[in-house]
Design a protein around this ligand. Structure first.
Ligand code: AMP
Length: 280
């Protein structure tokens, strides 16, 4: 597996692969890789002969009081996981290689970014769009795989790719979970044992909402109430508990008539966890 640190090395890799007729599949990550990330790499291999994982903790998607500095990092472990997953290369540039001096351009999709996570993280998706656009341009990838764990991010990237005619096929991958249902996340490492046990409330709340929906409940507020009740008493502090239109991400009121998504963000101590599930 090749380890690429610069834009030039990354471009040269893709040029070599394209020259022999191979497609390049990108899995963008912030590292501290877990089985969810590995599943994305395996999915990418179904669409591309050469899979590249990027490992880049992107400063522009963190707010001023968020965890950029202390975000967990394990480069050696990550490279081993990428190699074991069959990646042809890992792209792990320093910050100064991605954001050159004077870099000022930002990419954003305001109507989708203002809902859900955008309420408490107002600049987050601008940072995500900017770095993903940059990664697409630098890697020259043909296909890129993103997890449904970040449902809003996936919707925003699909919109960005469509609007800017970026020549990349975007593939979504289902959420990979721990045995008890907790969505895998690099941030789970922050949880103490008690918080870790309590954190199962997110997936449990979504499962209860799905069960109510399957039993015929269509009222968005009633479904939100089911989820809030499941979180109450766990020690989790709700950031949001929402039922939104699955594509437009607008919060729904009244009866659900189109594909919807239940989504939530809950703090356990200083750790903010997110999860989501389809309704219908
Ligand atoms: P991150 O490193 O957290 O920025 O995530 C990198 C990519 O992996 C994103 O597309 C995430 O949606 C995806 N991802 C993270 N956790 C999971 C998971 N538990 N299941 C599926 N995809 C995930």
């Amino acid at each position: 597996m090749e380890i690429l640190r610069t834009r030039a090395e990354m471009r040269a890799f893709t040029a070599r692969r394209h020259a022999v007729g191979e497609r390049v599949g990108l899995v963008p990550t912030m590292g501290y890789l877990h089985d969810g990330h590995v599943a994305l790499m395996h999915a990418a291999a179904k669409h591309a002969e050469a899979v590249v994982a990027s490992v880049f903790v992107n400063p522009t998607q963190f707010g001023p009081n968020e965890d950029f500095e202390r975000y967990p990092r394990d480069e050696a472990g990550d490279f081993n996981r990428c190699a074991a997953a069959g990646c042809a290369a890992v792209f792990a540039p320093p910050v100064a290689e991605m954001y050159r001096p004077g870099a000022a351009t930002r990419v954003e999709v305001p109507p989708l970014a203002r809902h859900l996570c955008g309420q408490s993280r107002p600049t987050h998706f601008q940072g995500v769009c900017t770095v993903v656009c940059l990664l697409f341009n630098v890697t020259g990838c043909d296909v890129a795989v993103f997890g449904e764990k970040d449902w809003q991010q996936l919707a925003i990237i699909r919109r960005m790719v469509e609007d800017l005619a970026l020549p990349v096929a975007v593939v979504g991958h289902p959420i990979v979970r721990e045995a008890d249902g907790l969505a895998m996340s690099s941030r789970n490492v922050y949880l103490d044992p008690q918080q870790r046990r309590a954190a199962v409330a997110l997936s449990a709340a979504l499962a209860e909402a799905r069960a109510k929906y399957a039993a015929g409940e269509r009222d968005a507020e009633a479904l939100r109430a089911v989820m809030r009740d499941r979180i109450a008493g766990t020690g989790g502090r709700i950031d949001y508990v929402e039922v939104v239109d699955a594509a437009a991400l607008e919060p729904l009121t009244g009866a659900i008539t189109a594909p919807a998504r239940a989504a939530l963000a809950v703090f356990f101590g200083g750790t903010r966890l997110i999860d989501n599930a389809a309704l219908g």
